[in-house]
Ligand binder design. Sequence first.
Ligand code: ATP
Length: 232
Amino acid sequence: MLELEDLDVAYGDIQVIWDVDLTVDEGETVALLGANGAGKTTILKTICGDLAPKSGSVRYKGDEIGDLPTEEVVPRGIAHVPEGREIFVDSTVEENLRLGAYSNPDGSDGRLERVYEIFPRLQERSGQRAGTLSGGEQQMLAIGRGLMSDPDLLLLDEASLGLAPVLVDDVFAAIERINEEGTTVLLVEQDLDSALRVADRGYVIESGRISLSGTAEELRDDERVEAAYLGG
Ligand code: ATP
């Protein structure tokens, strides 16, 4: 479904991603793992059109999308839930969710119902101003908003960041359910255990290069993964 090949990405003159090859097959959950600053967010931003590759390719369903802007990537079925949530704090929960459907408004009522089924807490708080939600609720809202475009591929950046353990479990249970219901997931995660519990496969990135890849089981048993996290 998604293929990155020989991908290089730079901010101005500073290259931060080198020769990345990565695939995500339809139906999978794939984890992109690595220490702070390794380049995980940069890869997601390149896939969703926030950044353009320096060279190499980003293919989605057989089409080259590397140079397309976000507004042309989203309608193809890719949703990006950025790190730091980026919700509209002065809008209500429901208004935020409906904004997520802007690229694909037909059938948004049904999708809203589905989001409320996955995250009942959001339904309880549908009229509440998003800025007054707890951190965990804001994270659910960000994921819910991503689902409102009815994506085939969901890119999740640090979905569990800053959440209490019990909420981390809730968010990962939701991710598993979203995947079981047919959405392919590529997630960036700092919580190694949770990520490898829900993922089928994973890639470890160190200083902008893929250093290891394998099934979740292989990576769980490989001590080099933890070492990569510790940055060394
Ligand atoms: P984290 O887990 O801390 O978010 P990450 O693996 O997602 O880390 P990136 O955010 O992709 O890492 O950053 C990769 C590298 O690119 C880092 O060295 C970072 O400082 C650099 N970088 C990120 N954004 C920019 C930018 N806008 N301009 C210049 N350099 C940047």
